[in-house]
Design a protein around this ligand. Structure first.
Ligand code: NAP
Length: 256
Protein backbone atom coordinates (compact mmCIF):
# COMPACT_ATOMS: atom_id res chain seq x y z
CA UNK A 1 0.00 0.00 0.00
CA UNK A 2 1.28 3.50 -0.89
CA UNK A 3 2.14 5.73 2.09
CA UNK A 4 -0.46 8.54 2.36
CA UNK A 5 2.13 11.28 1.63
CA UNK A 6 3.24 9.61 -1.62
CA UNK A 7 -0.31 8.92 -2.82
CA UNK A 8 -1.06 10.23 -6.32
CA UNK A 9 -4.45 9.22 -7.78
CA UNK A 10 -3.03 9.64 -11.30
CA UNK A 11 -0.89 6.53 -10.73
CA UNK A 12 -3.95 4.41 -10.01
CA UNK A 13 -4.63 1.51 -12.37
CA UNK A 14 -8.34 0.66 -12.26
CA UNK A 15 -9.10 -2.70 -10.68
CA UNK A 16 -12.26 -4.71 -11.31
CA UNK A 17 -14.87 -4.33 -8.57
CA UNK A 18 -12.74 -1.60 -6.93
CA UNK A 19 -15.81 -0.03 -5.30
CA UNK A 20 -17.79 -3.19 -4.57
CA UNK A 21 -20.30 -2.69 -1.76
CA UNK A 22 -19.77 1.08 -1.59
CA UNK A 23 -22.60 3.60 -1.72
CA UNK A 24 -21.46 6.71 -3.58
CA UNK A 25 -23.46 9.89 -4.17
CA UNK A 26 -22.49 12.16 -7.07
CA UNK A 27 -23.87 15.64 -7.71
CA UNK A 28 -24.16 16.82 -11.30
CA UNK A 29 -24.31 13.18 -12.39
CA UNK A 30 -26.53 14.04 -15.37
CA UNK A 31 -23.80 15.12 -17.81
CA UNK A 32 -20.12 15.90 -18.32
CA UNK A 33 -17.58 14.65 -15.79
CA UNK A 34 -20.23 13.68 -13.22
CA UNK A 35 -21.95 11.35 -15.68
CA UNK A 36 -18.65 9.71 -16.66
CA UNK A 37 -17.59 9.22 -13.02
CA UNK A 38 -21.04 7.81 -12.16
CA UNK A 39 -20.70 5.24 -14.97
CA UNK A 40 -17.14 4.37 -13.89
CA UNK A 41 -18.24 3.96 -10.25
CA UNK A 42 -21.08 1.67 -11.31
CA UNK A 43 -18.70 -0.28 -13.56
CA UNK A 44 -16.53 -0.72 -10.44
CA UNK A 45 -19.63 -2.21 -8.75
CA UNK A 46 -20.59 0.73 -6.51
CA UNK A 47 -24.20 1.56 -5.71
CA UNK A 48 -24.43 5.05 -7.19
CA UNK A 49 -26.87 7.77 -6.13
CA UNK A 50 -27.29 10.16 -9.04
CA UNK A 51 -28.08 13.75 -8.04
CA UNK A 52 -29.05 16.35 -10.63
CA UNK A 53 -31.72 18.81 -11.64
CA UNK A 54 -32.97 17.19 -14.88
CA UNK A 55 -35.07 14.04 -14.39
CA UNK A 56 -34.78 13.14 -18.07
CA UNK A 57 -30.97 13.32 -18.12
CA UNK A 58 -30.74 11.37 -14.86
CA UNK A 59 -33.05 8.70 -16.30
CA UNK A 60 -30.70 8.36 -19.28
CA UNK A 61 -27.66 7.86 -17.02
CA UNK A 62 -29.65 5.41 -14.92
CA UNK A 63 -30.45 3.40 -18.06
CA UNK A 64 -26.79 3.43 -19.12
CA UNK A 65 -25.79 2.12 -15.69
CA UNK A 66 -28.44 -0.61 -15.79
CA UNK A 67 -27.08 -1.72 -19.18
CA UNK A 68 -23.61 -2.21 -17.64
CA UNK A 69 -24.97 -4.98 -15.42
CA UNK A 70 -22.58 -4.09 -12.57
CA UNK A 71 -23.39 -1.65 -9.71
CA UNK A 72 -26.90 -0.25 -9.31
CA UNK A 73 -28.08 3.35 -9.53
CA UNK A 74 -30.80 5.37 -7.88
CA UNK A 75 -31.92 8.89 -8.70
CA UNK A 76 -32.31 11.86 -6.36
CA UNK A 77 -33.58 14.87 -8.27
CA UNK A 78 -32.35 18.05 -6.59
CA UNK A 79 -31.89 21.50 -8.08
CA UNK A 80 -29.03 22.93 -6.05
CA UNK A 81 -30.05 26.47 -6.94
CA UNK A 82 -33.55 26.09 -5.51
CA UNK A 83 -33.28 23.36 -2.88
CA UNK A 84 -34.32 24.27 0.67
CA UNK A 85 -33.65 22.56 4.01
CA UNK A 86 -36.59 20.14 3.65
CA UNK A 87 -35.25 18.90 0.27
CA UNK A 88 -31.82 18.17 1.76
CA UNK A 89 -33.41 16.43 4.76
CA UNK A 90 -35.57 14.25 2.49
CA UNK A 91 -32.53 13.18 0.50
CA UNK A 92 -30.54 12.30 3.64
CA UNK A 93 -33.51 10.41 5.16
CA UNK A 94 -34.14 8.44 1.96
CA UNK A 95 -30.45 7.53 1.70
CA UNK A 96 -30.22 6.36 5.32
CA UNK A 97 -33.46 4.37 5.00
CA UNK A 98 -32.29 2.64 1.80
CA UNK A 99 -28.58 2.07 2.53
CA UNK A 100 -27.98 2.90 6.20
CA UNK A 101 -24.76 4.73 5.35
CA UNK A 102 -22.83 6.69 2.72
CA UNK A 103 -19.29 5.67 1.70
CA UNK A 104 -18.52 8.37 -0.85
CA UNK A 105 -19.77 11.88 -1.60
CA UNK A 106 -18.53 13.55 -4.79
CA UNK A 107 -19.38 17.24 -5.07
CA UNK A 108 -19.15 17.68 -8.82
CA UNK A 109 -22.06 19.96 -9.83
CA UNK A 110 -21.11 23.55 -10.54
CA UNK A 111 -21.97 26.48 -12.78
CA UNK A 112 -19.54 28.74 -14.58
CA UNK A 113 -21.33 32.07 -14.30
CA UNK A 114 -19.65 34.45 -16.69
CA UNK A 115 -16.15 35.52 -17.58
CA UNK A 116 -15.81 39.20 -16.73
CA UNK A 117 -13.70 41.66 -14.80
CA UNK A 118 -14.51 42.12 -11.12
CA UNK A 119 -15.51 45.68 -12.05
CA UNK A 120 -18.19 44.50 -14.48
CA UNK A 121 -19.33 41.28 -12.74
CA UNK A 122 -23.08 41.08 -12.17
CA UNK A 123 -23.51 40.79 -8.38
CA UNK A 124 -26.73 38.68 -8.44
CA UNK A 125 -24.93 36.25 -10.78
CA UNK A 126 -21.99 36.18 -8.34
CA UNK A 127 -24.45 35.17 -5.59
CA UNK A 128 -25.98 32.40 -7.79
CA UNK A 129 -22.58 30.92 -8.59
CA UNK A 130 -21.54 30.99 -4.94
CA UNK A 131 -24.84 29.40 -3.94
CA UNK A 132 -24.66 26.45 -6.37
CA UNK A 133 -20.91 25.91 -6.15
CA UNK A 134 -20.32 26.50 -2.43
CA UNK A 135 -23.41 26.93 -0.25
CA UNK A 136 -25.18 23.89 -1.72
CA UNK A 137 -22.05 21.74 -1.29
CA UNK A 138 -21.76 22.94 2.32
CA UNK A 139 -25.44 22.17 3.05
CA UNK A 140 -25.32 18.76 1.38
CA UNK A 141 -22.16 17.80 3.25
CA UNK A 142 -23.71 18.88 6.54
CA UNK A 143 -26.92 16.92 6.05
CA UNK A 144 -25.05 13.80 4.87
CA UNK A 145 -22.45 13.75 7.67
CA UNK A 146 -24.51 11.37 9.85
CA UNK A 147 -24.68 8.88 6.93
CA UNK A 148 -20.94 9.29 6.22
CA UNK A 149 -20.23 8.60 9.90
CA UNK A 150 -22.07 5.27 9.57
CA UNK A 151 -19.46 4.13 7.01
CA UNK A 152 -16.37 2.21 8.07
CA UNK A 153 -14.22 4.09 5.51
CA UNK A 154 -15.84 7.12 3.86
CA UNK A 155 -14.69 9.77 1.39
CA UNK A 156 -15.77 13.32 0.68
CA UNK A 157 -14.35 14.59 -2.59
CA UNK A 158 -14.82 18.21 -3.66
CA UNK A 159 -14.25 19.39 -7.23
CA UNK A 160 -11.83 22.24 -7.63
CA UNK A 161 -10.21 23.96 -10.60
CA UNK A 162 -6.84 25.44 -11.50
CA UNK A 163 -8.41 28.91 -10.98
CA UNK A 164 -9.38 27.82 -7.45
CA UNK A 165 -5.72 27.32 -6.59
CA UNK A 166 -4.23 30.36 -8.30
CA UNK A 167 -6.41 33.34 -9.20
CA UNK A 168 -6.69 34.37 -12.84
CA UNK A 169 -8.17 37.49 -14.43
CA UNK A 170 -11.84 37.35 -15.53
CA UNK A 171 -12.73 34.10 -13.75
CA UNK A 172 -14.78 36.06 -11.18
CA UNK A 173 -17.28 34.16 -9.04
CA UNK A 174 -16.25 30.75 -10.42
CA UNK A 175 -12.65 31.19 -9.22
CA UNK A 176 -13.79 32.59 -5.87
CA UNK A 177 -16.16 29.63 -5.44
CA UNK A 178 -13.40 27.11 -6.12
CA UNK A 179 -11.05 28.82 -3.63
CA UNK A 180 -13.93 28.51 -1.13
CA UNK A 181 -14.25 24.80 -1.95
CA UNK A 182 -10.54 24.28 -1.25
CA UNK A 183 -11.05 26.05 2.10
CA UNK A 184 -14.15 24.04 2.97
CA UNK A 185 -12.30 20.81 2.18
CA UNK A 186 -9.38 21.75 4.44
CA UNK A 187 -11.66 22.78 7.33
CA UNK A 188 -13.74 19.59 7.09
CA UNK A 189 -10.67 17.36 6.74
CA UNK A 190 -9.18 18.91 9.88
CA UNK A 191 -12.43 18.52 11.83
CA UNK A 192 -12.82 14.82 10.91
CA UNK A 193 -9.19 13.69 11.03
CA UNK A 194 -8.34 11.34 13.88
CA UNK A 195 -11.91 11.03 15.14
CA UNK A 196 -13.62 9.50 12.09
CA UNK A 197 -12.55 7.28 9.17
CA UNK A 198 -13.73 9.96 6.72
CA UNK A 199 -11.13 11.30 4.28
CA UNK A 200 -11.72 14.68 2.63
CA UNK A 201 -9.86 15.89 -0.46
CA UNK A 202 -10.23 18.02 -3.59
CA UNK A 203 -9.69 17.07 -7.22
CA UNK A 204 -9.07 19.39 -10.14
CA UNK A 205 -10.19 17.53 -13.28
CA UNK A 206 -8.09 19.76 -15.58
CA UNK A 207 -9.19 20.81 -19.06
CA UNK A 208 -11.92 18.35 -20.06
CA UNK A 209 -14.28 18.17 -23.04
CA UNK A 210 -17.63 19.19 -21.51
CA UNK A 211 -20.36 21.81 -21.96
CA UNK A 212 -18.80 23.97 -19.24
CA UNK A 213 -15.40 23.95 -20.92
CA UNK A 214 -17.02 24.85 -24.26
CA UNK A 215 -18.80 27.78 -22.62
CA UNK A 216 -15.51 29.06 -21.17
CA UNK A 217 -13.43 28.52 -24.34
CA UNK A 218 -15.85 28.57 -27.31
CA UNK A 219 -13.17 28.56 -30.04
CA UNK A 220 -10.95 25.84 -28.54
CA UNK A 221 -10.10 22.69 -30.52
CA UNK A 222 -12.17 20.06 -28.69
CA UNK A 223 -10.08 17.21 -30.08
CA UNK A 224 -7.12 18.37 -27.94
CA UNK A 225 -9.03 18.01 -24.69
CA UNK A 226 -9.27 14.99 -22.42
CA UNK A 227 -12.66 13.29 -22.52
CA UNK A 228 -14.58 12.88 -19.25
CA UNK A 229 -14.26 9.10 -19.64
CA UNK A 230 -10.44 9.33 -19.78
CA UNK A 231 -10.08 10.99 -16.36
CA UNK A 232 -12.25 8.76 -14.18
CA UNK A 233 -9.50 6.54 -12.68
CA UNK A 234 -8.21 9.20 -10.21
CA UNK A 235 -11.80 9.73 -9.05
CA UNK A 236 -12.19 5.99 -8.38
CA UNK A 237 -8.93 6.07 -6.42
CA UNK A 238 -10.08 9.01 -4.29
CA UNK A 239 -13.51 7.48 -3.68
CA UNK A 240 -12.26 3.97 -2.96
CA UNK A 241 -10.29 1.95 -0.44
CA UNK A 242 -6.87 2.71 -2.00
CA UNK A 243 -7.02 6.29 -0.66
CA UNK A 244 -7.58 5.25 2.95
CA UNK A 245 -5.80 7.65 5.31
CA UNK A 246 -5.23 10.27 2.58
CA UNK A 247 -6.96 13.45 3.74
CA UNK A 248 -6.79 17.24 3.56
CA UNK A 249 -5.03 17.18 0.19
CA UNK A 250 -5.57 18.84 -3.21
CA UNK A 251 -5.12 16.57 -6.24
CA UNK A 252 -5.13 16.83 -10.04
CA UNK A 253 -6.79 14.28 -12.32
CA UNK A 254 -4.44 15.05 -15.21
CA UNK A 255 -0.70 15.61 -15.57
CA UNK A 256 -0.56 19.24 -16.67
P1 NAP B 1 -20.91 20.42 -17.00
O1 NAP B 1 -20.78 19.55 -18.19
O2 NAP B 1 -21.49 21.78 -17.15
O3 NAP B 1 -21.69 19.61 -15.86
C1 NAP B 1 -22.05 20.25 -14.68
C2 NAP B 1 -23.02 19.36 -13.94
O4 NAP B 1 -23.54 20.12 -12.83
C3 NAP B 1 -24.21 18.95 -14.81
O5 NAP B 1 -24.59 17.64 -14.47
C4 NAP B 1 -25.26 19.95 -14.38
O6 NAP B 1 -26.59 19.54 -14.60
C5 NAP B 1 -24.96 20.06 -12.91
N1 NAP B 1 -25.61 21.23 -12.33
C6 NAP B 1 -25.44 22.52 -12.68
N2 NAP B 1 -26.28 23.29 -11.98
C7 NAP B 1 -26.98 22.47 -11.15
C8 NAP B 1 -28.01 22.68 -10.20
N3 NAP B 1 -28.52 23.89 -9.97
N4 NAP B 1 -28.51 21.62 -9.54
C9 NAP B 1 -28.02 20.37 -9.79
N5 NAP B 1 -27.06 20.11 -10.70
C10 NAP B 1 -26.55 21.16 -11.37
O7 NAP B 1 -19.48 20.67 -16.32
P2 NAP B 1 -18.21 19.71 -16.14
O8 NAP B 1 -17.14 20.28 -16.98
O9 NAP B 1 -18.60 18.29 -16.24
O10 NAP B 1 -17.84 20.10 -14.62
C11 NAP B 1 -17.87 19.18 -13.56
C12 NAP B 1 -17.04 19.77 -12.44
O11 NAP B 1 -15.67 19.88 -12.86
C13 NAP B 1 -17.45 21.17 -12.01
O12 NAP B 1 -17.31 21.30 -10.62
C14 NAP B 1 -16.45 22.07 -12.72
O13 NAP B 1 -16.29 23.30 -12.04
C15 NAP B 1 -15.21 21.20 -12.65
N6 NAP B 1 -14.16 21.52 -13.63
C16 NAP B 1 -14.35 21.26 -14.96
C17 NAP B 1 -13.32 21.52 -15.86
C18 NAP B 1 -13.47 21.23 -17.35
O14 NAP B 1 -12.53 21.52 -18.11
N7 NAP B 1 -14.59 20.67 -17.80
C19 NAP B 1 -12.10 22.04 -15.41
C20 NAP B 1 -11.94 22.31 -14.05
C21 NAP B 1 -12.98 22.02 -13.17
P3 NAP B 1 -27.28 19.62 -16.08
O15 NAP B 1 -26.90 18.33 -16.76
O16 NAP B 1 -28.73 19.71 -15.77
O17 NAP B 1 -26.72 20.82 -16.74
Amino acid sequence: MTAPDAFDPRDYQPKPRALEGRVILITGASSGIGRAVALACAAAHANVVLVGRSAKKLDNVHAEISALGAGEASIAQLDLERAVAKDYDQLADALLTRFGRLDGLLHNAAILGTLSTVGDYDVPLFARVMHVNVTAAFALTQVLLPALKQSADARVLFTSSSVGRRGRAYWGAYAVSKFAIEGLSQVLAHELEGTTPISVNTINPGATRTAMRRAAYPSEDLARLATPESITAPYIALLGPVSRGVTGRAFDAQRL
